[in-house]
Design a protein around this ligand. Structure first.
Ligand code: ZN
Length: 234
């Protein structure tokens, strides 16, 4: 009888620990997909609305954004329109520009931008209000692919330094987040993130007031060709 009881107790203890272990695992796995689930919605929206063709190439010309820069104040009020313009019309360079300008203005001294599984940012031009002393870039990866396959970050450097900074970042490797450590040509850089993740970086606006033009880009190998844009103080 005594033996039985202790066996039972042991069985109970095993069951409990197994049960406890399981629920802990379950909590872990439940916690991880949460952001992914959110981004899945975004991702499918993006997939549905953005053609897989060379739409990004259409957004490339940085000159259009320079023109749009002047309109920042006028479009600043429409936050809702910003999101629509950014995600729904990536094929229309003019619309995308308007959207990104509005995003910069509406956010005050910060901007929320997105990278996706199609190797695209939803913004190709950022105008920092001259009233800001510091500016924050919030980057969300709305895709689902992991950092190793489709990592995104935002690196800011002068246009003339961009190619060299990009090359040095690639040489620094994945473990460095494709950013060369201590590179003083870099004005700001976020960490590299994968699908469902977010990151941000804040920098002194004075650093991009003179000596431009400046650009932002993703330093993941091969991404800078598409994932780049202009950043200036307006
Ligand atoms: Zn990237």
């Amino acid at each position: 009888m005594k033996l039985h009881a202790s066996l039972l107790a042991a069985a109970c203890a095993l069951a409990l620990s197994a049960c406890g272990g399981e629920s802990r695992d379950a909590a872990d796995t439940a916690a991880t997909p949460t952001p992914t689930t959110t981004s899945a919605a975004d991702g499918s929206t993006g997939a549905a609305t953005s053609p897989a063709t060379d739409t990004t190439a259409g957004q490339m010309p940085g000159d259009a954004s320079t023109t749009a820069a002047g309109d920042m104040g006028g479009t600043a009020g429409t936050t809702g329109a910003t999101t629509d313009a950014g995600t729904a019309a990536p094929s229309d360079a003019a619309t995308a520009d308007t959207g990104s300008q509005a995003a910069a203005g509406a956010g005050g001294c910060s901007i929320d931008m997105e990278g996706n599984d199609r190797m695209q940012f939803n913004v190709n031009s950022i105008v920092v209000p001259s009233s800001c002393t510091q500016f924050t870039i919030n980057l969300t990866h709305t895709g689902q692919l992991p950092e190793a396959a489709m990592g995104h970050n935002v690196v800011i450097t002068s246009t003339s330094n961009m190619a060299a900074v990009s090359a040095d970042g690639i040489a620094a490797g994945a473990s460095a987040g494709y950013v060369k450590s201590g590179d003083d040509r870099i004005i700001a850089a976020t960490e590299m993130i994968g699908g469902g993740e977010s990151t941000s970086v804040t920098f002194d606006v004075s650093k991009i007031k003179d000596g431009g033009p400046y650009q932002f880009f993703c330093s993941f190998p091969g991404h800078a060709a598409l994932m780049k844009g202009t950043i200036s103080v307006g």
